[in-house]
Design a protein around this ligand. Structure first.
Ligand code: RIB
Length: 320
């Protein structure tokens, strides 16, 4: 039997990260404690997560994206290669690579992120690029301009593919009932869940549902594609997540002694869920695995570099 393939379409960013006790207000200057560079971009993080969070050679992970002609672009692409991701469809385009300026608050590990798209802003796959996608899982987010076309093309031409979507950063202009109806796995945080439902008028006459994540998760689940995996996951940060295929279920987050850096935790979770599903695990197993993966990721610095590997996660699951 051939191994499953997961394709990620999206961004690659060079993350410029400052670790600080305080975040300055407008007009203020503070001295931070450390500056580091890390590999990032939601697309790259998700591709690394799928590759690392599966046993070696069990999944073919492919990335469709763009890097610039600068040194950052070379480094980002090489990082994917070193982590076993197929980069045949990562193009080098004239100009700068995507960059993210990130402030991480040391006490909480919480981040503030400003992205400049660079080459990601020029990612517009052609029909022949989509035609090359094989396998049954595609991961997308909103860090490139053509998410809508990707979802529309794939839904129309590859009805059996599981289209797995995290609408982040939230772009209201992209969210239509038709788009949501094309999604098989929707992963959103609390804010995005409310934004999607409110934007589509799914909460009309029942505003209290906006704060009831169980109800919201069911409402969203009724609006996604009616075939394939039909699952909505609302991530609740340090509380855990609610996942709904038929009935909504809650999984508590793992307890963590010290949160170091939350950057990329959501991408780690996303990659962990999809890699598990691609390997044939059920949604409950997938969510549990991904929850442990992201709890390990937030204890290390760096978006992509913080992502644990399959053995670390399974060992941690066994010990807890
Ligand atoms: O989700 C985390 C990522 O968001 C960072 O790696 C940064 O590059 C931004 O894209």
């Amino acid at each position: 039997m051939s191994k499953p393939t997961v394709t990620v379409i999206g961004s690659l960013n060079y993350d410029l990260v400052t670790f600080t006790k305080k975040v300055p207000e407008g007009g203020e200057t503070y001295q931070a404690d450390a500056f580091e560079t890390h590999m990032g971009g939601k697309g790259l993080n998700e591709a690394i997560a799928v590759s690392r969070l599966s046993p070696p050679d069990s999944i073919e992970t492919k990335m469709i994206g763009n890097v610039g002609t600068d040194e950052f672009g070379h480094t980002l692409k090489q990082y994917l290669i070193d982590n076993g991701v197929n980069v045949d469809q990562v193009a080098t385009v004239e100009g700068s690579s995507g960059v993210a300026v990130i402030l991480v608050e040391e006490d909480s590990g919480e981040n503030r992120i400003l992205i400049t798209p660079g080459a990601n802003g020029k990612l517009k796959p052609r029909d022949e690029d989509y035609e090359k996608i094989t396998g049954s899982f595609v991961i997308l987010q909103n860090e490139y301009p053509d998410t809508l076309k990707s979802i529309t093309w794939l839904r129309k031409n590859r009805p059996d593919f599981n289209i797995c979507y995290n609408p982040s950063p939230f772009k209201p202009e992209l969210i239509t009932s038709e788009l949501l109806g094309g999604i098989d796995l929707l992963i959103v945080n609390e804010g995005e869940a409310k934004d999607v439902a409110q934007h589509l008028g799914l909460l009309e006459g029942q505003q209290e549902e906006a704060n009831d994540m169980y109800a919201l998760s069911q409402t969203l689940q009724k609006s996604i594609n009616k075939s394939n995996i039909q699952t909505v996951i609302i991530t609740l940060g340090s509380k855990g997540c609610i996942y709904t295929t038929d009935e909504p279920r809650f999984l508590q987050a793992n307890k963590v002694d010290k949160v170091v850096d939350t950057t990329g935790a959501g991408d780690t979770f996303f990659g962990g869920v999809v890699s598990s599903l691609a390997l044939g695990k059920n949604i409950e197993e997938a969510v549990k695995f991904a929850t442990t993966a992201s709890s390990l990721a937030i204890q290390k610095k760096g978006a992509a570099e913080g992502i644990p590997n399959y053995n670390e996660v399974t060992q941690n699951l066994l010990n807890n």
